[in-house]
Design a protein around this ligand. Structure first.
Ligand code: IPE
Ligand code: IPE
Ligand code: MG
Length: 231
């Protein structure tokens, strides 16, 4: 009954990904940015499929930042329409694959029809065994301010009190943060939660990111020595 190597103390429970590089993927091929985003959705689909039975409890995906509204109206429309299409086409598969959907960020202020679709998807995936958290209209600074306000309303602001009000409060602590596309920055993603997360920056553009690459990242993670300030 020996334990599998992947089930040692070093196993990651919560991985987050900044899915960056769709635009550059398209540009390299002389295609419109919208095609890069479509291919990005396909990469998400494959990754989510690979999670069932993988042992990973939570995957958090940065899909749309609070700052992404600065893009052209056309690109924002494209992204919102892709979201509508994705929820519609993939919800049955989420349910079949035991995915429990979670949304973080200020998603309630998205278009009313998207909010409705998301509420429906959240309700229908409630029984899932592993979480896919999608960051939509998400900004970490805004999240921290929201949490601090709530904590202040209840009394003293402490680390624990604030943490309790973050959008990620019910998720396992973040173990590993991955960013694709070669950029080495956080772009307002999970700033608080990254305090002791391991980080991995890869040059791969998001549409080229595969489940095997995630598995490699998980294997590498399991070999890292985490210290949390102790010795
Ligand atoms: C990530 O790809 C997707 C979103 C931010 C929505 P980008 O669109 O940022 O692609 P690059 O960074 O321009 O290549
Ligand atoms: C971060 O990527 C947001 C998402 C991946 C959704 P950006 O492409 O928006 O980040 P910057 O502008 O390069 O920092
Ligand atoms: Mg980008």
């Amino acid at each position: 009954m020996g334990e599998q190597p992947s089930d040692t103390a070093g196993r990651a429970h919560h991985v987050a990904i900044i899915m960056d590089g769709n635009g550059r993927w398209a540009k390299k091929r002389g295609l419109p940015r919208s095609v890069g985003h479509q291919r990005g959705v396909e990469a998400v689909r494959k990754l989510v499929r690979s999670l069932n039975g993988s042992g990973l409890e939570c995957l958090t995906l940065y899909a749309f930042s609070s700052e992404n509204w600065k893009r052209s109206e056309d690109e924002v429309d494209d992204l919102m329409n892709l979201m509508r299409k994705f929820i519609k086409s993939d919800l049955p598969e989420f349910i079949a694959n035991n995915v429990k959907l979670k949304i973080i960020g200020d998603w309630q202020s998205l278009a009313p029809d998207i909010v409705e679709m998301l509420e429906d998807a959240l309700a229908k995936t409630r029984e899932g065994t592993h979480t896919v958290a999608v960051a939509l209209n998400y900004g970490s600074q805004q999240e921290i301010v929201r949490a601090a306000r709530k904590a202040a309303n209840e009394g003293e602001i402490t680390v624990e009190a604030l943490q309790k009000h973050l959008d990620t409060a019910d998720l396992p602590p973040l173990d590993l943060l991955i960013r694709t596309s070669g950029e080495i920055r956080l772009s307002n993603f999970l700033l608080w939660q990254s305090a002791y997360a391991e980080m991995l920056f890869v040059d791969t553009l998001w549409p080229d990111f595969t489940p095997a690459m995630l598995q490699q990242a998980l294997d590498d993670f399991a070999r890292r020595e985490r210290r949390f300030g102790g010795r």
